[in-house]
Design a protein around this ligand. Structure first.
Ligand code: PMP
Length: 976
């Protein structure tokens, strides 16, 4: 018996009927506040938002359900104060005092309620997480952290008002579902609810005595936490409201209930809760028993919510709050029951590193008379060398690649070809998929060279379902499919079970007796759960069981040895070890669409480049002081792409080197030191190129630390810069004036350096005539015009091979890199003979590897492939389609301010406000994170890091472009 409220004795609790006028009267009478009260939704209490004369909310008036006693309310107020004190960085809605100095006002004569208990709570600004769309892993972790901190603060809290039995107390959850299920849905719904609750309870009951109890808020869901925007833009919850369910119960309920609400959000899957579990555990460590009941409790909670909501709707049909919730509640339940309970518990254990490595199976050989030394184990992981010849030009892996690789192994003498247990198989990964692909095998496949007999590893009973055989016996169940089953009923160890034909796969699975049947393949997220419920059959072939994956964190090793100022993309980046065309592949078998690699202009791992490099490395690699043909041929081919008088080539290794050399050439040719550059630009990391780089995204101090020879003119940013619309011509006026002022001051510039299309600002075109007018002014003073084509040149713009064509100018010096080597370090400077010769005043020019036979062989192949595959034409066609679709998206999502660029150099600029153009910097970072989850690699650029730099390999096709736009549309619709 409990002293406080007992749900099982009083299961019907309609919310008290109190009007807004009555609430306003209560506020005036008891709190001396003349304010407007606006009714809020609540299942069992009656709540009002209290608004000041400007209609700004400043409080919440709560009329407690009369079923709750004063001592229960006192416990809630004390708990709120305790948490506020223990966790000063949390915002807690503890009651404000009334005119009599009390936190709770007892009101008599309010409608039919004998004594109503009224409290006024401060309004916590920021909003709850309800209706905020998709919850990112960071926000889910924030919910887990908050629940952990509340749990820690309440650990020692005791109060007579905690002694109650609410329907939310999961100790009675199973009873609640049984009692109320009759209100819910139709018969099939009721059956599912009952079955799920029973299955969850079967896991919880045996551990009940091991679960620590304490005071628990019991309702820290998305609706009862308030989130303020943190400095990194993430809305992590830091405020707590509504202590109405506070009870003494299992401590771990706090976590299960908080995380259950994650599942109602769009895009959530069961494993979306894992960051929350990890965060809770970091604050308030879970015991092994608690880790094992978190998911069953969560499942139970979702069933309790549905049956309670259904009952409340029946009781209180006009309570719109109750009826509105039911769709979300079903979504939570569907997600919670989409995966077997034990699988999720396995995933939770793995997340907390509580998994014990299962013991390897042993038994009689699975294939009669086989010599293990003649077995070939096929490596189908993303890092396997087996794929080197398997990828198809212009396409993904062929459907029969596994068969072909097995046949090749048989031709090499294998008696049996075996795949690996638990290792991601790239062959199973679709090229374009928003969902995490099912690539991790929970068993192995065998490909016999000749007909083979599968024999029983242990005695048992054979069952046959279609062409699948199940052998039950001892601790395990063996499944064999894809062969002719010859046995039935009881069999001895070593007895023949089935006949496996040559030249086809048979699938073998082993699971502990009673475990749920595993799907043949699962996702990387669920694999830790399934792999503890399955066993590697390899030891039954005389092979070693596969070793558990290496747990050492690559990022930690990176930080230990690699300078951290060489940043990496993403907080938790996938490990990318393979690329093909416009795809990147992670070691966990996920294939990403690569929208960011402008360097791999032909696409990743282009076979012609690889062949050219390999051939040249076997033949000769030396420096350009030797006389060989490649350096000549490459120089000729480069100059052939350029107008007169750009006929002389220098070869270096990178864009920084190329632009640095371009600056030195200008200085040497003019005998001057000063250089004019545009703001918001990046030209490289060398001393010289860094000096002319003013992009604050690359160096926050850039503008204040320029050496005196650098003169930065206004950023010709026609979208958000100083001049817009009809005024953009004034950028050139200002730049020309700046040049003239330098001349007048006796410091005429050696040159003017500028990207021909403004890549660093998101790929926007410079204002019409900008380069013509600035080049003219610089040249009039005797200076030179340098076009940095490192990002935008080499066909990417589609319509033009070089960016300067867009501006109808011919520069004096062109620097280029990146695309030139398709990722191999190769940069070039192309200028006129006269300017090149002027370098002699500086000595001679030599770069050990610049222009090496290898670089030139690669450079020539890149030019060949660009031509042969018409990649510039593709940039124009696919780029045009992509831009049109992105522009259509802008009409749908106001966060897209504009789409810059042309061809396959596009920039999707994100803004918060159409009028102020306030950059949506944090949003862009979060959008990129979410895009990664949906299978797209995309990153921000620009001084405000608010532009999606959309510059994929030029081989991307319409399907790839559409996949990008569809994923972006989904993120902008569902939230991030
Ligand atoms: N110029 C521009 C316009 C660039 O974008 C970059 C690199 N982002 C460079 C020069 C420097 O090239 P690299 O990184 O090859 O040195």
């Amino acid at each position: 018996m409990t002293a406080g409220f007992n749900f099982l004795e009083q299961p019907e609790l309609p919310a008290p009927q109190v009007t807004e006028a009555q609430a306003e009267h209560l506020l005036l009478k008891h709190y001396g506040i003349n304010a407007r009260a606006e009714s809020l939704g609540s299942q069992q209490d009656k709540n009002f938002l209290v608004l000041d004369s400007d209609d700004r909310p400043f409080g919440v008036l709560k009329v407690a359900n009369p079923a709750f006693t004063e001592v229960e309310l006192a416990a809630q107020d004390a708990a709120a104060e305790l948490i506020a004190e223990a966790e000063p960085t949390l915002r807690v809605a503890a009651p404000l005092l009334n005119l009599a100095g009390e936190s709770c006002t007892a009101v008599t004569g309010l409608l039919d309620i004998a004594t109503a208990h009224v409290r006024l709570l401060p309004y916590l600004p920021g909003g709850t997480l309800v209706g905020t769309g998709h919850l990112s892993p960071a926000v889910v972790a924030g919910m887990g952290d908050l629940a952990g901190r509340v749990s820690r603060a309440l650990a020692g809290f005791h109060h007579p008002g905690l002694d109650r039995a609410l329907q939310w107390d999961l100790r009675v959850g199973h009873d609640v579902v049984e009692t109320l299920v009759s209100h819910a849905g139709d018969a099939s719904h009721r059956e599912r609810l009952t079955a799920a609750a029973a299955a969850a309870w079967a896991r919880i009951a045996p551990l009940a005595d091991e679960l620590p109890r304490q005071a628990v808020h019991l309702d820290l869901t998305d609706a009862n936490v308030v989130a303020a925007q943190a400095h990194d833009g993430i809305r992590r919850p830091d405020g707590i409201i509504d202590f109405g369910d506070l009870s003494d119960t299992w401590a771990v309920s706090e976590l299960a209930i908080a995380l259950s609400s994650v599942l109602s959000h769009p895009g959530a899957t069961p494993t979306s809760i894992l960051p929350g579990i990890r965060a809770f555990h970091a604050v308030r460590p879970l015991t092994a028993a608690e880790a094992d009941v978190v998911w069953p409790l969560l499942v139970l909670r979702t069933a309790v919510l549905i049956v309670s909501g259904a009952q409340q709707a029946a009781l209180d049909p006009d309570n719109a709050y109750v009826t509105d919730q039911s769709e979300d509640e079903w979504r939570m339940f569907e997600q919670a029951t989409s995966v077997p309970i034990d699988v999720m518990t396995g995933a939770v254990r793995a997340e907390l590193r509580l998994t014990e490595t299962p013991t390897a199976v042993s038994g009689e050989p699975l294939i009669a008379g086989l010599d293990p030394t003649t077995i070939t184990t096929l490596d189908l992981s993303p890092t396997s060398d087996a794929y080197d010849g398997a990828f198809q030009p212009g396409a993904w892996l062929p459907a029969d690649v596994e068969d072909e690789l097995a046949r090749a192994a048989v031709r090499d003498g294998a008696s049996l070809v075996v795949t690996k247990f638990g290792e991601p198989r790239l062959t199973r990964a679709p090229a374009l998929s928003q969902d995490s692909p099912e690539v991790i095998p929970t068993g192995i496949a065998l490909w016999p060279a000749e007909t083979a007999t599968v024999t029983a590893p242990w005695p048992g009973v054979v069952d046959r379902v279609g062409d699948e055989l199940v052998l039950r016996g001892g601790h395990y169940e063996l499944t064999v499919s894809g062969c002719d089953v010859t046995a039935a009923g009881d069999v001895e160890a070593g007895a023949p079970l089935a006949s496996a034909a040559a030249d086809r796969w048979i699938e073998i699975g082993i699971r502990p007796a009673g475990a749920p049947p595993a799907p043949a393949f699962t996702t990387a997220e669920l694999a830790p759960g399934w792999l503890v419920l399955t066993r590697d059959p390899a030891p039954l072939l005389g092979l070693a069981a596969s070793a558990p994956a290496d747990q050492r964190d690559l990022l930690a090793r990176r930080d230990d040895s690699f300078a951290t100022v060489q940043e990496h993309y993403y907080r938790r980046p996938p490990q990318i070890e393979r690329g093909w065309r416009h795809f990147l592949m992670s070691t966990s078998g996920r294939v990403y669409l690569d929208m960011v690699n402008n360097v791999a202009v032909l696409g990743h791992a282009h076979p012609r480049v690889a062949d050219a490099a390999s051939r040249q490395l076997r033949r000769l690699n030396t420096n350009s002081r030797f006389n060989y043909e490649a350096v000549v041929e490459y120089s000729e081919r480069l100059t052939a792409t350029l107008p007169d008088p750009l006929d002389t080539v220098f070869l270096v290794n990178s864009g920084s080197e190329a632009s640095d050399l371009a600056l030195r050439l200008a200085m040497a040719a003019t005998g001057r030191r000063d250089v004019v550059a545009v703001r918001e630009a990046y030209h490289g990391w060398t001393y010289g190129t860094d000096a002319v780089s003013t992009s604050t995204a690359d160096n926050p101090n850039a503008l204040t630390t320029r050496p005196d020879w650098v003169h930065a003119v206004e950023s010709p940013n026609s979208f958000r810069g100083k001049y817009r619309g009809a005024d953009v011509g004034r950028y050139a006026d200002d730049a020309v004036r700046h040049v003239e002022e330098l001349v007048a001051a006796g410091r005429p510039p050696a040159g003017f350096i500028c990207e021909a299309v403004y890549g660093n600002a998101g790929g926007m075109a410079l204002p019409d005539d900008y380069l013509q007018r600035v080049y003219a002014a610089v040249r009039a003073s005797g200076g030179l015009a340098i076009a940095d084509e490192v990002q935008v040149g080499f066909g990417r713009l589609g319509e033009w091979f070089w960016g300067f064509h867009q501006q109808n100018v011919v520069p004096d010096i062109v620097s280029v890199a990146k695309s030139t080597g398709n990722g191999y370090p190769l940069g070039a400077v192309i200028t006129s003979r006269a300017v090149a010769e002027a370098f002699a005043s500086q000595g001679y020019f030599f770069s050990s590897t610049g222009g090496s036979p290898l670089s030139c062989a690669i450079g020539l192949t890149v030019l060949d492939v660009l031509r042969d595959e018409d990649l510039q034409g593709n940039a124009s066609r696919v780029g045009g389609h992509l831009k049109a679709r992105l522009l259509a998206l802008r009409d749908k999502h106001p966060i897209i301010g504009t789409v810059h660029g042309i061809g396959l150099y596009l920039g999707v600029e994100m803004i918060r406000d159409q009028d102020t153009l306030a950059p949506a910097t944090h949003e862009t970072a979060a959008i990129c994170d979410r895009m990664l989850e949906l299978g797209v690699v995309i990153q921000p650029t620009g001084d405000h890091q608010n532009i999606l730099k959309t510059k994929p390999p030029l081989c991307i096709d319409v399907d790839g472009a559409d996949f990008y736009v569809d994923a972006l549309d989904r993120v902008l619709t569902e939230g991030w």
